[in-house]
Design a protein. Structure first.
Length: 148
């Protein structure tokens, strides 16, 4: 066997083993919109709604004591109106049969969502970009070096 293939075949096998596998119904996802109320939609990773799931809402002032509890409808929907006098990051937890998720919703002083709603912050985007560029440059320099 050619010397090159001794390294290529294990690399390809390792690459295949590292590919992400989808695990259905073991995770959950919460999407939310904010108007005067916060409307959440809870679903499993495969898209099925978490109908009848338990919902617990925590305020920024007391993140250990539930401010509101409830149950999602059959389509995984739940709505609540946060206290506009309490600004900060509200925490909503949805659980059903051992599956669930937590979402952090930043509410500003005026009752509007502040910051990014579920996305990355500017600092995170810049840091990820620098890491990718650094990794690409390092890899290119490694493979471009001349053999002694």
């Amino acid at each position: 066997m050619d010397m090159k293939w001794k390294f290529v075949i294990p690399f390809i096998l390792l690459l295949i083993l590292c590919l992400p596998a989808t695990a259905y119904a073991h995770g959950a996802r919460i999407d939310y919109t904010v108007n005067m109320t916060i409307d959440i939609v809870a679903s499993y990773d495969n898209g099925d709604p978490m109908g009848g799931a338990q919902v617990v809402v925590y305020t920024p002032e007391d993140p250990s004591t539930p401010w509101l509890t409830g149950v999602c409808d059959d389509e995984g929907r739940f709505s609540f109106t946060p206290d506009s006098s309490i600004s900060g990051t509200w925490v909503v937890q949805v659980r059903q049969s051992g599956h669930g998720d937590i979402v952090h919703i930043p509410i500003g002083e005026d009752g509007a969502v502040s910051g990014s709603a579920g996305g990355y912050t500017v600092l995170q985007i810049v840091l990820m970009s620098v890491c990718v560029i650094w990794g690409c440059a390092g890899t290119a320099l490694y493979f471009s070096r001349r053999r002694a």
